[in-house]
Design a protein around this ligand. Structure first.
Ligand SMILES: CC(C)(COP(=O)(O)OP(=O)(O)OC[C@H]1O[C@@H](n2cnc3c(N)ncnc32)[C@H](O)[C@@H]1OP(=O)(O)O)[C@@H](O)C(=O)NCCC(=O)NCCS
Length: 177
């Protein structure tokens, strides 16, 4: 399979490599990054990379690895997943190393993902999900022009009832005219 590579002004969204596993594990151990996400142990962090690689092999896109052009630093991930239960639409998503926050990298990577999606896939809508406490994530959704579907809050079925991360909110954006 051809390696995926999408460049923006400051970033590269690209296929995962085995050499990303150590940095991905470092990100998974940062409690601030993982505050609103499910904890991962080393095996879980590797399994996540495996899933993203398999997703790209099957669908041609994934939550890609994110690299800074200037120095090749691993910054995290951003990209798009195909519809996966409980979602029935494509999902844009992001997770950045703590040192990469607050510089507009999330928005730059997400805009590139959305532009790639509209140009290369026929879907009419893309969604993003998070927990209401994750202000950094949903304000990014708003900066991207996504709108909250307030009547589509849902309980994430992957989490047990009563889990604090179970209630989710959903944002959506439509294909530009
Ligand atoms: C959510 C997350 C990806 C946002 O990343 P980010 O790169 O900081 O987000 P943005 O691109 O929107 O950057 C916006 C911030 O950068 C600042 N900024 C600095 N330079 C900028 C530039 N050139 N362009 C745009 N914004 C810039 C903005 O002022 C803004 O600051 P603020 O957050 O203090 O208001 C990041 O916080 C993260 O990885 N969180 C942990 C993982 C997680 O929860 N993921 C989501 C799961 S649903």
């Amino acid at each position: 399979m051809a390696e995926f590579r999408l460049e923006t002004e400051r970033l590269i969204l690209r296929s995962w490599q085995d050499s990303d596993r150590a940095a991905s594990w470092a990100m998974a151990q940062d409690e601030e990054v993982m505050r609103y996400l499910l904890t991962l142990d080393r095996a879980g962090a590797d399994a996540m990379v495996d899933r993203f690689m398999a997703m790209e092999a099957e669908h041609g896109h994934t939550f890609w690895a994110l690299e800074r052009r200037a120095d090749g630093a691993f910054l995290g991930m951003c990209g798009m997943a195909p519809p996966r239960p409980p979602l029935v639409e494509y999902e844009v998503g992001w997770r950045l190393m703590r040192h990469a926050w607050g510089q507009g990298y999330g928005q730059e990577a997400a805009r590139a993902t959305l532009a790639w999606a509209w140009a290369n896939r026929p879907m009419q809508t893309i969604v993003a999900i998070t927990v209401v406490e994750n202000r950094a994530s949903w304000t990014l959704m708003e900066r991207l022009g996504m709108a909250r579907a307030a009547d589509e809050d849902f309980e994430h079925p992957a989490l047990p009832e009563g889990h604090p991360l179970r209630p989710h909110i959903l944002y959506r954006i439509g294909r530009p005219a």
